[in-house]
Ligand binder design. Structure first.
Ligand code: SF4
Length: 125
């Protein structure tokens, strides 16, 4: 990877998705993280938390099959200037509140907006 950075990119880490994914060991998720964190580009890295939480809350259709499809849907619907932050919001929410097995709905501030809460946990509300 370092060799390619030196030889192909003049010793500088490239800042586009298309260039970054040419580097060995760098996939789309990493490229999205690098460009959104370092350069505040409106790119959304979809890890396991973002994938689960986005579908559970209802930010993307529950039938969305792949991380790339989730990424496209989130990027389409979030305000552009918030996308680089929204990635962290979703990860932290999934890590500490909307956890995989038993989401902590009683502690969650977005219950009224959550598809899962409205349809599964408390459908009568
Ligand atoms: S209400 Fe529950 S399921 Fe919905 S986002 Fe909050 S923790 Fe997750």
């Amino acid at each position: 990877m370092a060799k390619m950075v030196m030889e192909k990119f003049d010793g500088k880490i490239p800042m586009t998705i298309d260039e970054l994914i040419q580097l060995p060991g760098v996939g789309r998720k990493t490229a999205n993280v690098v460009t959104s964190v370092v350069d505040k580009q409106p790119n959304m890295a979809v890890d396991t938390h973002v994938f689960r939480v986005s579908k559970r809350i209802g930010l993307v259709p529950i039938t969305t099959k792949t991380p790339f499809a989730v990424e496209k849907e989130l990027v389409k619907n979030f305000p552009t200037e918030l996308i680089h932050k929204a990635h962290h919001w979703l990860i932290l929410h999934g890590r500490y509140i909307c956890v995989a097995r038993n989401p902590k709905c009683e502690q969650c501030g977005i219950r009224p907006a959550c598809r899962y809460f409205r349809t599964v946990i408390s459908p009568a509300l």
